[in-house]
Ligand binder design. Structure first.
Ligand code: AMP
Length: 370
């Protein structure tokens, strides 16, 4: 699940379980190496508070814990300028000190740590860090224990923040550098007004509108192989097979790599299509944000479609029994998607009866809350 902190988006990166395993591994080696020595663990605030807490809870032998507070981050860039806000408050002469850092990237904090301990006459100064960015590290101080090496991307969670937010997250999230998209599934029975509303939405929110029905019709008109295949199903008001439809949808999305987001109209229509769409969005570092379903009574639909059939030239709009078959097909196969998106808390029913502007206003109100 992608999260937003201030103006930036972050995606899940390192799970609670992976963190816990890494902490345990570090504890095991440190405890083994220190033998009967009673160490003083020194956490570097604020970021290390969760790590220190979990580390010492797992530590199997007597130990002491204290903190110093330095500040080194302004926004997402590591700054040169590190301030010591709370220094050492106890005498550490002759003690084995283990620094517990949440993350070491440029290494600037370490310079300050070494400066602080230079005159403390400690027995030994050991550096242990949960996360380490080798690509960013510019100093030569030895790192005695490293939990997890990570690439040089900004992370939050498990004590680490972005301008104050995110420290409380139990897992680690990584900044999403690809653009954030808004992706909407526009849903509703044939004749509900999806096409009309999609045209307004794509203008208002600068989204790419993909109507699978339109793409099929375009292919039929141009007599492509796909068109010929789809036509046999469409003429009867039946669904084109999933495999064909999913492949086509994927290629439509790939044609718009720099889109702000998509309005999917007429897709997904089956569970398999919905899963395929989720998978496709994941490859884009993105997700479906909402299914907006236009709710319209059957008899109103039949009336609207027969009216549209007079001018649309669509064979499937001209005949009342085909229209009814499309509506039945919608409720029998497609309505299961309501459950699919409801389960993810993404289903938004919108009353599809009223003037075009009224319905647009209702839909915009939903999108603006996302
Ligand atoms: P529409 O314009 O959305 O009403 O779609 C017209 C016809 O295209 C449908 O009755 C189906 O035969 C076919 N079609 C459109 N989208 C899909 C889809 N997602 N899955 C299967 N068939 C589809």
């Amino acid at each position: 699940m992608v999260i937003k902190l201030h103006d930036l988006y972050f995606k899940p990166f390192i799970s609670e379980k992976q963190i816990s395993d890494a902490v345990q591994r570090m504890v095991d080696v440190v405890a083994e190496d220190l033998g009967d020595e009673v160490p003083v663990f020194v956490g570097i605030l604020n970021g290390s508070f969760m790590f220190v807490s979990d580390f010492v809870k797992k530590y199997p032998k007597p130990c002491e814990v204290t903190f110093i507070k330095l500040a080194s981050y302004q926004g997402v860039k590591s700054t040169e300028d590190i301030q010591r806000l709370i220094g050492l408050t106890q005498d550490l002469t002759g003690r084995t000190v283990v620094i517990l850092e949440d993350i070491i990237d440029s290494g600037n904090t370490l310079v300050e740590v070494h400066r602080i301990f230079k005159n403390e006459n400690v027995k030994q100064l050991i550096i242990a860090t949960l996360f380490y960015k080798p690509e960013a590290y510019k100093k030569d101080f030895k790192l005695d224990y490293v939990g997890i090496e990570i690439p040089n991307k900004f992370i939050v969670g498990y004590g680490l923040d972005y301008d104050g937010l995110g420290r409380n997250l139990p897992a680690i999230y990584q900044q999403k550098t690809t653009q954030h998209m808004t992706n909407i599934v526009l849903f509703g029975p044939p004749g509900a007004g999806k096409g009309t509303q999609a045209n307004f939405l794509k203008e208002t929110y600068n989204l790419v509108h993909i109507s699978t029905g339109d793409v099929f019709r375009y292919n039929i008109k141009n007599e492509t192989a796909l068109g010929t295949l789809a036509k046999s199903y469409m003429d009867k008001g039946e669904l084109v097979p999933d495999q064909v439809t999913i492949e086509m949808l994927n290629s439509e999305v790939e044609k718009n790599t720099d889109a702000n987001g998509f309005i999917f109209d007429g897709f997904p229509r089956t569970d398999a299509q919905a899963s395929a769409l989720d998978a496709l969005m994941r490859t884009k570092d993105s997700q479906i944000d909402a299914m907006i379903a236009l709710e319209v009574d059957d008899e109103v639909l039949v009336e609207r479609l027969l009216e549209r059939g007079k001018t649309s030239g669509r064979a499937d709009d001209a005949d009342e029994s085909i229209i009814r078959n499309r509506i039945t097909e919608y409720y029998s196969k497609t309505a299961v998607l309501k459950n699919y998106y409801s389960a993810q808390d993404k289903y938004y029913g919108v009353d599809g009866v009223g003037s075009i502007e009224e319905i647009t206003t209702r839909i915009n109100a939903v999108i603006d809350t996302l």
